[in-house]
Design a protein around this ligand. Structure first.
Ligand code: ATP
Ligand code: CA
Ligand code: CA
Length: 165
């Protein structure tokens, strides 16, 4: 059975190695294996917080169109993380790419802790809401019933997130 296509928002992040190249590689694999990219935010740089030894993060948000069911989507994103992580693990010894599923259409999903969508911490994180607002400002959070711009304006997160030009 073919599922109807959903618009899914993903947040990609990297804080080690050649961050842009790694994120670009992830976007290419997502387009090839999961579904076409509809929208892509600018690059955002987030200062590492708490642990000053950590390099800063680069993040982007993307919207994709996919007919993959939520569990299959998670399997695919974890596999892409592993593919990219594995290539670089020997060189830098750390996870270099994080792909989080932020929104899956307007669905509320809870697969026994394995997958929660909307991402349970999205509303608390400037590094999620800033890039997301650029491509999904009027999209409504299906639990909180507020759109992304509204969530961003009431956000209590002082972490510096800089849009790169
Ligand atoms: P956070 O989720 O707070 O950003 P993280 O991204 O560092 O933390 P990971 O170690 O990348 O956490 O993921 C741990 C597990 O979280 C994944 O293996 C996955 O099963 C689960 N998970 C639950 N909900 C989601 C979601 N919406 N997107 C991605 N993974 C999720
Ligand atoms: Ca994450
Ligand atoms: Ca993750």
């Amino acid at each position: 059975m073919q599922l109807e296509c959903k618009t899914v928002y993903l947040l990609l992040g990297s804080n080690l190695g050649d961050r842009r190249t790694i994120i670009n590689a992830a976007v290419e694999l997502i387009a090839r294996q999961i579904g076409p990219i509809i929208l892509r935010s600018s690059w955002y740089e987030t200062a590492a917080w708490g642990n000053e030894d950590q390099p800063s993060f680069l993040n982007i948000a993307i919207a994709i169109s996919t007919n993959k069911a939520p569990a299959e989507l998670l399997t695919e994103t974890l596999a892409i993380e592993e593919t990219l992580g594995r290539i670089r693990k020997d060189r830098w010894g750390a996870r270099l790419i994080d792909i989080d599923i932020i929104l899956y259409g307007d669905e509320i999903i809870d697969l026994a802790g394995r997958l929660q969508v909307p991402h349970p911490r999205m509303q608390d994180r400037r590094f999620v809401l800033e890039p997301l607002a650029e491509i999904a400002g009027t999209v409504v959070h299906p639990i909180l019933q507020r759109n992304i711009l509204t969530l961003l304006s009431s956000l209590n997160d002082n972490l510096a997130v800089t849009k790169l030009i």
